[in-house]
Every structure is written in C-alpha cells, then in structure tokens.
Design a protein around this ligand. Structure first.
Ligand code: AMP
Ligand code: MG
Length: 402
C-alpha cells in the first residue's frame, strides 16, 4: 500500500486526529493533581497582575525628580512592608522605606535600592539617581483583570500550575485521560514470570509502551499477548477497538504470519498508510476502525519505541485536547563521521554531551532495531535526513531527546 515520507506521515496523523475532533469529556480535578492534564476551560485573571504597583527591590520609595542632584537628603515618613499598605502620600523630598513585594505608595514613582543609601535619625542620604518607574512593576502590567491567561487545550506543566494558583483555581476542568489499549502480538513472545524457551522472547514491548503511554499522560490498558492466529487476534483487536486508541506491536511486516493488517481489514479498517520511510520503524501502520484510531507498530523493540515517540505520542497529544503536536529537536555538532545508505530518515540511538555552548552528539554502537541495550547507552536520537549519505564530524545535526 502506501509508504510515506517521514514528514508526510506525521502530517497525515495530525490531520486525521484533528479532523476527527474526537475530543474527550472533561472532569474537574484538584489543582494538586492537575499536572500533565489538558485544560478544558479557559482561565482568566481574577484581578490585575500585579494587583498593586509592586516594588522589586528593598530600599526607599522615592519621587525620581527628587534625585536630580546627588547626594539627596530625603525624610523617611514611614514604612511599606509586603502584605500591608502605607496609606500616606510621598511628598517633595520625602520617601518611604519599602520592602520587595510591597505596594509603592502614591506620590512615589520609583524605588532606590537600599545599597545606594545610608539612613540615620529618620533621614536617608541617596547616592544614585533612579529613572521614573525603576524597580516598580505597574499595577496590571502583567495582565488585566479578565484577561485570558491560559487557553483551552493547554497542557498543564509547572508554569501553568503557578498561573492557576495565582488566579485562585483550587480545581480545574481538564479533559479525561485517553485510554490506550496495548496489544503485543507474536507466537514467540512470552509474558514475564514465564521462563522463556530457547527460541522465545520476553514481552518487553507491552511494558515499554505502558511506560510511554503513561508518560504521555494517558491510561495504558495492556491486553495480554495475541498469538499469530487470526481468530484470537480478531477477538483481541475487537476488545482493543473499544478504547480511545489501539496500539499493536509486531505482525506488520511481510512475513507469512504477519496477520495484523489482514485482521484489521476484516473490521473494515481505513488504512492511512502502512509504511514510513524511516529507520527504525519502516513497516508502521496507521488507520481507523469502528471509530478508533490504531497504530500497528513494528515489533522490534526500538522500532516500537521510536514509532511511538514520532507518531503515537503526537496522536495522543491531539486526542488529549492539545491543538498541536510539534516535535522539538535540539541542534548539536556531530562527534564522529557518519556514513550510511540514503533513502530513510534515520533516528539513531546517540549520546548528547557537552555544554549548552558546545553540544556534541555521537551515535552509539547498535546492532539494529532489536538492540534495547544500545538505547540504554543513549540519551537521544541523532536524526539523519532521508537523502543524506554522509555527515562529517563537526557538522551541525538535529537531535531528538528521548
Ligand atoms: P514482528 O514485527 O512481529 O516481525 O517482530 C519483529 C521482532 O520483534 C521479532 O524479533 C520479535 O521477536 C520481536 N518482538 C515482537 N514482539 C515483541 C514484544 N512484545 N516484545 C519484545 N520483542 C518483540
Ligand atoms: Mg511477529
């Protein structure tokens, strides 16, 4: 069927998920449990931010015009502490002692830092001029009461938690987490707790996928291992299609017992593609059956993990209510020459080291897409564009963190 290029395949996933608009129901969650959820309500400022002209330094609230000739001698007429108000007005040649976070009293238009002053007997000598507004954040300058501060569809991370707390939201309306069925396939695959026979393989994909689904803030539903037998595979796929997303692993290559596509076709599945020009992960399948999107992820463990990151994670982001699902790449210099046969966009396990001003990335040795150990010597994927045959050490390359 259709083998798409990497970007085209990503766009296909994003378009399909967007146009399906399968947005989930919302539920109310306490702020303390909201991390990682997606907002289902817009959040507005409940008052001006800051709610008063806020001093950003400890020192003296002054009239900047009083500090034109230096040193200036000002009379201290009171104190403004954080949390309270100095209710008077600062007049000519007067000032108020002020603390960081306190409201700048009327009459004053700037704060001079305590470091530039010396105080004695109710008078202060100031040795440094200030510009109007210096060390003061005007009321409402960060946001006006009623302004939109967080839109619907925003993933709640720590900055959003700070904003929600600042506007007094003890609970928030968030979309429910998508439920993701996980269905590993393969006659050779055995469950943990069973001693594998000489030619059997432990089921690692189900566990790595559960971990990835959970890290995408969705709910993993492991279904157990499907054998390479149509009847049982059909039953388990039917069960998996009752979730919000179905992830299969294995059984999507060209082998005689790769039955996943055939059985999905029995469900009148629509296939958007069944191959992507990437390495690892080329036989990736994406489609929809009975209203549920599914991915047939290739069974080799690195292929399973990489295709989840490149395609299933963005699908989950959109399914969760986020409006976009960009991939964020870093840039680094290549540590050693890379040569390979062009034709596929490659995501090779690699080690990113060095400082922010001198990042260096080198691919780790790997024995192909079954090599889980190689991934655990890596902290990222080195991205090699489709047509590229050779990259020299020292050239800038793209890196996908893992
Ligand atoms: P397949 O995509 O079914 O041809 O499988 C490709 C390779 O991945 C084979 O070597 C399988 O043994 C291996 N594999 C398939 N499923 C799993 C799994 N759940 N856990 C670990 N390895 C697997
Ligand atoms: Mg198989």
């Amino acid at each position: 069927m259709a083998v798409l290029k990497f970007q085209h395949a990503r766009e296909t996933v994003i378009e399909q998920l967007r146009s399906a608009r399968c947005s989930l129901a919302s539920e109310v969650v306490p702020l303390s449990e909201s991390l990682g959820r997606v907002l289902a309500e817009p959040i507005h400022a409940d008052r001006d931010f800051p709610p008063f002209p806020r001093a950003t330094r400890d020192g003296f609230a002054v009239r900047s015009a009083d500090l034109v000739s230096l040193p200036a001698r000002l009379r201290v007429i009171g104190q403004a502490r954080a949390g309270t108000e100095f209710s008077g007005t600062v007049g000519i040649a007067e000032c108020v002692e002020i603390m960081t976070g306190a409201s700048v009293p009327s009459g004053a238009d700037a704060v001079v830092m305590v470091e530039y002053t010396s105080e004695r007997d109710g008078w202060v000598e100031v040795n440094r001029a200030v510009a109007p507004g210096e060390n003061v954040v005007p009321q409402g300058s960060e946001g006006r009461q009623g302004d939109l501060v967080l839109p619907v569809g925003r993933r709640i991370r720590y900055g959003e938690v700070a904003m929600l707390a600042a506007v007094g939201k003890q609970t928030v309306s968030a979309y429910r987490k998508p439920r993701v069925a996980i269905l590993p396939t393969g006659d050779e695959v055995v469950e943990l707790g069973v001693t594998p026979g000489p030619f059997q393989i432990r089921n690692s994909n189900s566990y790595s996928l559960q971990a990835q689904v959970a890290s995408a803030q969705a709910i993993p539903l492991p279904l157990g291992i499907a054998p390479d037998r149509e009847d049982r595979l059909r039953e388990m796929i039917a069960e998996g299609l009752r979730s919000d997303l179905l992830l299969l692993s294995g059984g999507v290559s060209m082998g005689k017992f790769d039955l996943v596509e055939k059985v999905l076709a029995d469900f009148q599945a629509e296939f958007f593609f069944d191959g992507v020009a990437i390495q690892p992960g080329k036989p990736l399948v994406f489609g929809r059956a009975q209203g549920t999107f599914f991915f047939g992820l290739p069974g080799n463990p690195l292929s399973t993990m990489v295709t989840f990151e490149l395609f299933a994670r963005p699908a989950l982001q959109l399914l969760s209510g986020e409006p976009d699902a960009p991939l964020l790449f870093l840039r680094a210099r290549l540590g050693k020459d890379v040569r390979r046969k062009p034709g596929l966009t490659a995501f090779l396990p690699a080690l990113l080291e060095g400082s922010y001003s001198d990042p260096v990335v080198s691919p780790v040795e790997w024995k192909g897409s079954g090599d889980i150990a190689s991934l655990n010597r890596a902290n990222c994927y080195l991205v090699i564009p489709e047509e590229t045959e050779e990259i020299k050490a020292g050239e800038w390359v793209s890196v996908l963190p893992r």
